[in-house]
Design a protein around this ligand. Structure first.
Ligand SMILES: [Cu+2]
Length: 178
């Protein structure tokens, strides 16, 4: 490369970084971490937790999807009359330059029937759908953790989900066969 060309490149790089600083776009909307905890038994849904960092403006997370799972839902654990229950969540706010956290005991994903190949690979590719830019999709591979006996007895993954999932959405076997 000729010295002149190198100088020109260096100048371009400087201009770009200066621009970014002027626009104040330091933090971009992004999924920065997360994982999936398999259910204690195969008939139980897996649970997913993750962290989203907000970009320059407020947006909402409106869906999380996975081609290699049968169904994914966003839920929130809430305390009502002293009892923990779960409610489906249609959207979750991601404040500008803030954080949205799905974590144990709060907002979480429930994931049914993850494809075996994904489980063996130890990760599930997921798409996070936001309200900005005509439903921007951010792809993130969620690492899959196997069920452990410690986790099986506590938290979102165990009894909360088992009882609710089986009751609400799954049609009774008899009814489905009519
Ligand atoms: Cu749930």
């Amino acid at each position: 490369m000729k010295p002149f060309a190198m100088l020109a490149l260096a100048a371009t790089a400087l201009t770009l970084s200066a621009c970014e600083k002027n626009l104040g776009t330091g933090q971009q909307l992004n999924v920065v971490s997360g994982y999936i905890q398999m259910g204690a038994t195969p008939d139980r849904p897996a649970v997913g937790y993750f962290t989203v960092e907000g970009g320059p403006r407020d947006v909402q997370l409106v869906a999380v999807t996975a081609d290699l799972a049968q169904r994914v839902e966003m839920h929130e654990s809430v305390k009502e009359n002293g009892v923990m229950t779960m409610k489906p969540l249609l959207s979750a706010d991601v404040p500008a330059k803030g954080k949205l956290e799905f974590r144990q005991g709060g907002k979480h994903l429930m994931i049914w029937n993850i494809n075996g190949a994904a489980v063996r690979a130890g990760k599930l590719p997921m798409a996070f759908v936001f309200t900005n830019n005509n439903n921007e999709r951010i792809l993130f591979d969620m690492p899959i953790r196997g069920a452990t006996s410690e986790v099986a007895g506590s938290g979102d993954a165990a009894m909360d989900h088992g009882s609710m999932d089986m009751g609400d959405d799954t049609p009774a076997a008899g009814a489905a066969k009519k």
